[in-house]
Design a protein around this ligand. Sequence first.
Ligand SMILES: C[S@@+](CC[C@H](N)C(=O)[O-])C[C@H]1O[C@@H](n2cnc3c(N)ncnc32)[C@H](O)[C@@H]1O
Length: 183
Amino acid sequence: MSALIITILYFLLFVTIIILAFFLNNLYALLKIKVPYVATPVWAINYIINNLAFKDSAVVYDLGCGDARFLVALKKKYPKIKAVGYELAWWPFLMAKRQIKRSKLDIDLKRGNFYNARLSEADIIFCFLIHSVMPKLEKKLLEELKPGAQVISYGFKFPNWKTKEIIANPDKPNGSKINIYQK
Ligand SMILES: C[S@@+](CC[C@H](N)C(=O)[O-])C[C@H]1O[C@@H](n2cnc3c(N)ncnc32)[C@H](O)[C@@H]1O
């Protein structure tokens, strides 16, 4: 067999393993974590970073940080903030690790369940999750956050907490929105 065919076979094997890992991770996320990995759209990240106020002293948590794209973009614009990301699923966690290493930014990435995090130091919480987990998270945030802390939830609302502001995508006004809460 020629070297070219062997190289192609190795490449196909590599691509298959990547696709399989991605598929298994999403299956695990759906069955166990019950929240699939879906990236926050660029318009929402850009809007939050360019229009909301982040003090240098702010402590910002991304609960279910995926590949850490939000925290990386935020730290690039506000290098002095403290950024903490929690991610339970392996695939996005490994992508986050790689992105953070490549960016050389100081981001505290934790592989673990954010329900085990103590959120009392957070000034701003970002999350993009799913309807079914919002009631439990709402309870935790209202119990643990300090007065004045803000929560930015992309796509999903808390069942009882009243929003301070709702921001729609100017190009898609009926699509998913940014919901902002303040304790
Ligand atoms: C819709 S994705 C959002 C990813 C990321 N925040 C972004 O902006 O691109 C939700 C992520 O939350 C993670 N997740 C869900 N529940 C979690 C939990 N209890 N603890 C840690 N991560 C969790 C999932 O694994 C998934 O990667």
